[in-house]
Design a protein around this ligand. Structure first.
Ligand code: FAD
Ligand code: SF4
Ligand code: SF4
Length: 422
């Protein structure tokens, strides 16, 4: 049982990405006790998997570090990783919440010495790198993980390998008897900041993701470019490990399409432009083509669009690509469609294709679903008639980090107002 005392003056934040961290900090710095619940083994959310941020192309970890420091200094925030909410009942000003904690098998004595990982023989797909490489079943989730603590995969908890890890640990940090636990909270308001999942690209069958090795997604591109990624920061073709010379980006891959995601995810045009800068910096001879329906780069972000267009080896073609097929011998990919500016047929070959897939909101997914409103696409909406539970960040709209931070600040204020009203 977790040692956490809360009252109806406390605020629960679900999701420890940029939105949840911001909402938690803002509410705590305004004087409220906050409990932050994150289902991953680390905080930071999807941003931790990005190599650089547009438009400044800086590393996301700087911003995260500042927030983690603020959290460490603030005794009003309690956070739980590997934690999920399983029940919410009550109403604005008075909620009863149940939280489930999955076993990590590693306690706070862990010094990250890595000895358990050295002796562990079992390997698992690395979720942080979207399964593009393997890691030991005793692992640190990623190099900047917060909390900085190892995790044991449940698959080795009752095995000889698990015992070997425990024996290798000189700090008594491994507890193979850890079990799933639950605890209850009383809170006055809830901020739902559970973020987004990438759209499943294999559903867009005509682009061949999952079938053709050299068709990857935009989130995979972030990990390929990152020095902590599966290739040590070199963007290489998955089929043969070669440096790509001619790369295509297909925008709206499953987005703005009634059969998939009918809405625009707002950031994937900018993400592809950012990816083109990754490629062009790494490979000065590489050609990059972005196939788009419309380019979405609004307000200050339009400057980034203007800047990347200065690159002569980056081409924009207005076309909805209809099909991707693979040359089995070379692993190259043939893209076919129509250039909607000229009416000409597009038939072009590339050695790597990146699908710019959209963002799917993580709705409130528990048995006793509280009374909240969603729009037609599944994004949480603000309804003054249903006050008490507030969406923050990408659960409300697919957007960039700066907008999420603003939105989460607003959600924290709404949560504080809920408490003040009761
Ligand atoms: C390819 C790509 C590149 C991008 N590049 C940029 C960029 O360069 N600059 C930029 O500003 N934005 C970029 N973005 C957008 C950025 O990723 C989002 O703005 C950001 O992740 C939103 O943060 P969030 O906290 O709302 O959601 P998330 O980052 O998704 O965080 C949500 C957190 O909630 C947790 N969670 C989910 N469900 C539960 C649950 N039931 N219980 C507990 N916890 C839960 C998740 O594990 C996660 O940690 C990019 C997006 C994509 C797709
Ligand atoms: S669990 Fe033990 S052996 Fe593994 S990294 Fe932590 S301190 Fe080292
Ligand atoms: S941001 Fe661009 S790629 Fe993404 S859905 Fe909108 S138009 Fe399509």
């Amino acid at each position: 049982m977790a040692d956490v005392e809360t009252t109806n003056q406390s605020i629960l934040v679900v999701g420890g990405g940029m939105s949840g961290i911001t909402a938690a900090l803002e509410a705590a710095e305004a004087g409220h006790n906050v409990v932050l619940v994150e289902k991953n083994s680390y905080l930071g959310g999807r941003v931790t998997q990005l190599y650089q941020y547009f438009p400044k192309l800086c590393p996301p970890n700087c911003g995260l570090e500042i927030n983690f420091r603020r959290m460490k200094l603030n005794p009003k925030i309690r956070f739980f990783t590997m934690a999920e909410v399983t029940g919410i009942s009550g109403q604005e000003g008075d909620y009863d919440v149940t939280v489930k904690l999955a076993p990590r098998y590693v306690n706070e004595k862990c010094t990250c010495c890595g000895k358990c990982s050295e002796v562990c023989e079992t390997e698992i797909d690395n979720p942080f790198n979207f399964g593009m490489d393997k890691i030991k079943a005793a692992y640190l989730p990623h190099e900047f993980a917060f909390p900085m603590r190892y995790v044991l995969d449940p698959s080795i908890s009752g095995t000889e390998d698990g015992k070997k890890c425990k024996e290798a640990c000189e700090y008594d940090a491994i507890d193979l008897e850890m079990e799933e636990t639950t605890f209850d909270l009383k809170v006055g308001a809830i901020v739902w900041a559970a973020g987004w999942d990438p759209y499943d690209a294999s559903k867009v069958e005509y682009y061949g993701f999952g079938e053709y090795k050299n068709v990857i997604t935009n989130v995979m591109m972030e990990r390929l470019a990152s020095p902590s990624g599966p290739t040590g920061g070199k963007i290489l073709r998955p089929s043969d490990g070669k440096e790509p010379k001619n790369v295509a980006f297909i925008q709206c891959a499953g987005s703005r399409d009634e059969n998939h995601l009918p809405y625009c995810s707002g950031i994937c045009c900018l993400a592809s432009m950012k990816h083109s800068t990754y490629l062009r910096e790494m490979y000065p001879d590489c050609d990059v083509t972005i196939f788009f329906i419309d380019i979405r780069a609004l307000d200050r972000l339009e400057d980034f669009y203007i800047k990347v267009q200065e690159d002569e080896k980056l081409t924009f073609i207005k076309s909805k690509i209809a099909e991707v097929t693979e040359d089995e011998e070379t692993g190259d990919l043939l893209l076919e469609g129509e250039n909607t500016n000229t009416g000409e047929q597009v038939r072009m070959s590339f050695d790597l294709v990146v699908l710019a897939t959209g963002m799917v909101p993580n709705k409130i997914d528990i048995d006793t679903v509280p009374d909240v409103s969603y729009d037609e696409y599944g994004f949480l909406t603000y309804d003054p008639e249903k006050a008490g539970i507030y969406g923050a960040g990408c659960v409300r709209t697919p957007t960039d980090v700066a907008s999420c931070v603003q939105d989460a600040t607003g959600a924290a204020l709404k949560a504080i107002q809920s408490i003040a009203r009761r």
